[in-house]
Ligand binder design. Sequence first.
Ligand code: C2E
Ligand code: CA
Ligand code: CA
Ligand code: CA
Length: 279
Amino acid sequence: AKQTGRNGMRFFDQKMQDSISSRARLEEALRHAILEHQFELYYQVQVNGTGQPIGAEALIRWRLADRSFMAPDSFIPVAEETGLIVPIGQWVIDTACAQLRQWRNEPGMAHLVMAVNVSAAQFHQRDFCEQVRAALERHGIDPALLKLELTEGMLLENIEETINIMQQLRHLGVRFSLDDFGTGYSSLQYLKRLPLSQLKIDRSFVRDLASDSSDQAIVLTIIAISRSLGLDVIAEGVETAEQAALLEQSGCHRYQGYLYGRPLPADQFRLSLAKCAGV
Ligand code: C2E
Ligand code: CA
Ligand code: CA
Ligand code: CA
């Protein structure tokens, strides 16, 4: 039988899982999903040191015919291998911009910055920059409201080209956050050349922060690196008040995690913000 996961998502049972386990089947199902518009974006709030919402991360969800969800970790890797991440990623950027346009008219939401995950294959496409520019223009969005989340691995693949693409987008006003920071191998030499505006401390360093002194040291180091590079810093996976307090004491004043809110569909996200603003 289906089980309800921690995210409130219902996962496949083993039989269903096996039936699509082959890559070819999953690829076919993904193609179908693109044509049938089976993807949705959920939004998870990001807050500042006083708990005020400052932005949201858009997280993709694939809703299957039986209304259950497939988690992105189960299909994004195949979408990347097959190149299907290109149309999917394009849909994500367009949908995130359309959502920003709606927030512009909602009380207390017009300032929210939208963080969007971008895969390597998507980023290194020839016209990626133009796609982003067109989406911003189509929906009349201030580029400063869009933050692209990149990962270390994809940046090091081809550093000169990466810097070039990032600079073009940076000139438009789009900003960049380095996701899952600390899990890759970027040298400070590379980091300082990238036009980033934020480092995102990976959840793996936050999880045991209260008990693990090496995680505490790593977090302090990441915060020090962000300072010396003139970047802001956000922690993901914040689940407890104790983790938040330790991060705060260490000098990190932006947070994302279940403590503040789970990823939610747009309408529920809006209601959750209205509630926390006391409206
Ligand atoms: P990520 O970018 O590191 O996203 C954060 C993940 O942590 C999300 O999982 C989110 O639901 C989860 N999370 C948030 N707060 C907490 C917390 O307090 N505790 C715990 N345990 N988890 C938390 P999700 O939504 O399943 O996404 C998984 C990954 O899939 C993302 O990791 C990202 O790499 C990828 N992904 C999601 N949406 C997109 C997308 O639109 N495009 C691309 N290319 N990748 C995406
Ligand atoms: Ca992310
Ligand atoms: Ca992350
Ligand atoms: Ca992560």
